[in-house]
Design a protein around this ligand. Sequence first.
Ligand code: AMP
Length: 395
Amino acid sequence: MNKTIKDYDLTGKKVLIRCDFNVPIINGEIIDETRIDASLKTIRYAIDRQAKVILMSHLGRIKEEGDKQDNSLLSISIKLSEKLDQKVLFIPQTRGLKLETAIKKMKNGEIILMENTRFEDLNNEAESKNDLELSKYWANLADIYINDAFGSIHRAHASTYGVPSLLPNGIGFLIEKELKALSYFANPERPFIIILGGAKIKDKIGIIDKLLPKADLILIGGGMSYTFLKAKGYEIGTSLLDKESLPYVKRLIKEYNDKIVLPIDLNVTVEFSNTTINRIVSIENIDPKEMGMDIGPNTIEQFKQILNTAKSVFWNGPLGVYEFSKYEIGTKKILEVIANINAHVVLGGGDIVAAANKFDYKDKVTHACTGGGATLEYLEGKKLPGIEIIEKIES
Ligand code: AMP
């Protein structure tokens, strides 16, 4: 069993909590607050016990100086202050005198949020490549490290791996809860059906051959499905495609033909927009100028029939561009289906949970996990560095 925050006396200690504040932000506005809400229990526990709480998180990907503006954690500190009803002091630095002085001045029960850990990626990818010097620097700021960033436990970054390797450590309440919910899938009631969609094809496609032996069926939709349709020889127009994965996908289709369920019709248009004219088309009739934006009504019906037989469901990635009203239907209808079946249903990942929130189904499933990649790697049976590095105690 992993050590948790409850295994430490926190009073007067500087407790560095790695949260996952990687929330969708459009034009400076936080679109979905699920991950912020999910962090509150651990933060409240620490301040109630008079710890000096230092929060850290990544947000988005930082590849160049220009990425910084849209990915500052300033707006998160404002939202957190509101939710905790307590000032969260934002320090616009990942290291430096300001940060060090602010920490020195902290009183028990106070909270500081430092700037996006990935700003350090402009410094030879120090965060993402787990730079030792950066890990030492961050570890020196605190007495105890707590990881509550479930969405990042599959990454061996400085903030998730390097720092806890140098400090007494434990997990927070969120990670504890998520791991418990996912442990169900070690031996799920059958039929066990996985639904896979979304747009991060490169990140996720390689996992499918590890999931296929575990599931009874995998329903594939969204941006993930077109590489499969292309591999089967269909015209997919300008839909999302992972060309490099075609040979691998062809092998999967051959090996697991009876387990992979693909869309039979699509909602297509000619531009990635909610305003261009769309049409429903069977997969045999996609025009080279068209792109798939959602699954079509016959696919929805087919997925529904299958899901009505399920006893366990795991779903990662929306089945269409649910942010656009014209292409929300597939995701919304299938959420409605799984909300009404008698099965253990877990949603895994930021976007499918955001969609469930948007369409009001989040409370109608067994559990909504905050991390997509992390849940998939957990199901795959991979060792997760962010958990591996946490101290163990006898259970
Ligand atoms: P992911 O992080 O992999 O779960 O991807 C989530 C994103 O996938 C959402 O922003 C959706 O808009 C997007 N998405 C779903 N279906 C499609 C599609 N057919 N084409 C493009 N993007 C899609």
